[in-house]
Design a protein. Structure first.
Length: 242
């Protein structure tokens, strides 16, 4: 049986092509579910343990909205927003002309020197890269000793709900992807030199009134470590380099 640890049958160029094709609607579509979308940033800040002077890699940065949250939480940090889609980078600079951006050509060979970043933020990226193990190895290489990483991705159980949501409401789509089981992500982290500090399922109800979404978070928080937590569409993994 194929696992996410194997190289997928798409290329990073295919991923780039998808995000380029939807870059012009990316922000608009996310704003339709903004509370659930921005939850990724709020939860990340809780776990990054930012310190003044830290150098942070935000990959994939998309429209670089995470940059706002990072600098609000700790103004004295150096954020590098790395993105594979030039189209999304163009949209990001329209909204945030002050940001630092770096174009990457592949997730398997990042254009950064070893031991560069104190923190790594990787939100909804792992499921897209053509070679997940190589990607995590690269994040390990470019990180400093004891660096902390916050990574999120949808779980395997989100595939059918995603297809239903897209059919009903449209959106920017996900392009080439495979949503991994949380067990697979943990195995990959261990294999690539990341010590898992924390795993949490979140966003049980991504749509509906805020009170309904908040109720979903109370439920999923109560049942962490069970199958119910795997139903949350955004799984967070906090790791430390070793």
């Amino acid at each position: 049986m194929k696992t996410i640890a194997e190289k997928h049958n798409w290329s990073d160029k295919d991923v780039e092509k998808h995000w380029d094709s939807v870059a012009h609607v990316y922000v608009e579509e996310n704003n339709k579910v903004k509370n659930a979308h921005d939850q990724r940033f709020r939860e990340s800040i809780k776990n990054l343990n930012l310190e003044p002077g830290a150098k942070i890699l935000n990959i994939s940065s998309r429209d670089a909205e995470a940059d706002d949250y990072l600098h609000t939480s700790e103004p004295i940090v150096d954020v590098i927003n790395a993105e594979i889609s030039q189209g999304l980078m163009n949209e990001a600079v329209k909204l945030r002309p002050h940001i630092k951006q770096v174009k990457i050509d592949t997730y398997s060979d990042l254009p950064f020197e070893a031991n560069t970043f104190d923190r790594v933020l990787s939100l909804e990226t792992l499921e897209h890269v053509s070679n997940p193990i190589r990607f995590l190895e690269e994040l390990h290489r470019v990180s400093t000793a004891k660096a902390r990483m916050v990574l999120s991705c949808p779980p395997h159980t989100s595939e059918i709900p995603y297809q239903v949501f897209t059919a009903l409401f449209g959106g920017h789509g996900e392009g080439p992807h495979r949503f991994p089981k949380s067990k697979e992500v943990k195995e990959m982290l261990e294999q690539t030199g990341w010590k898992l500090l924390h795993h949490k399922g979140t966003v049980l109800f991504p749509v509906g009134p805020s009170s309904f979404q908040d109720f979903g978070e109370k439920i999923i928080q109560k049942f962490q470590g069970t199958f119910i937590s795997e139903l949350g569409i955004r799984q967070f993994f906090v790791g430390e380099k070793y």
